[in-house]
Design a protein around this ligand. Structure first.
Ligand SMILES: [Zn+2]
Ligand SMILES: [Zn+2]
Length: 124
């Protein structure tokens, strides 16, 4: 079954355009100018869980090039478990910092105090 893609910001399903960028294909919503990676993971890269939430990210690291005038929000996937703190922050209408690397996208090692979470989930 083909994947139905919709804008995480406004729900638009048809006026979407993909463009290839440095980090893969980025989809832009023609209705509200939100942008997000086309290949949002279904499962978390760190814990393998499927509770992925897409949240807006601040535009600090994408302001290169020529399109400064029409950029909209960028959206990033956050794992409800591994990115819980950032997700809670995003749920208070605070954008995800541009430097933040979601554990849902790139596997996070348990070297910053998250050992308990990782130990519980890792298979033996
Ligand atoms: Zn939209
Ligand atoms: Zn996770």
């Amino acid at each position: 079954m083909p994947r139905q893609m919709t804008c995480p910001s406004c729900g638009e399903a048809e006026n979407l355009e993909g463009r290839r960028g440095d980090a893969g294909i980025v989809v832009t919503c023609e209705s509200c100018h939100a942008q997000w990676p086309r290949d949002i993971p279904y499962t978390c890269a760190t814990c393998g869980g499927g509770d992925i939430h897409t949240r807006p990210r601040a535009l600090t690291q994408y302001s290169r090039g020529t399109q400064l005038s029409i950029v909209g929000l960028h959206w990033v996937p956050l794992c409800a478990v591994c990115d819980a703190d950032m997700l809670a922050r995003a749920n208070q209408q605070k954008p995800v910092p541009g430097q933040y690397e979601p554990a849902a996208v790139r596997e996070r090692r348990g070297d910053d105090g998250d050992d308990a979470t990782n130990t519980l989930i890792l298979p033996r």
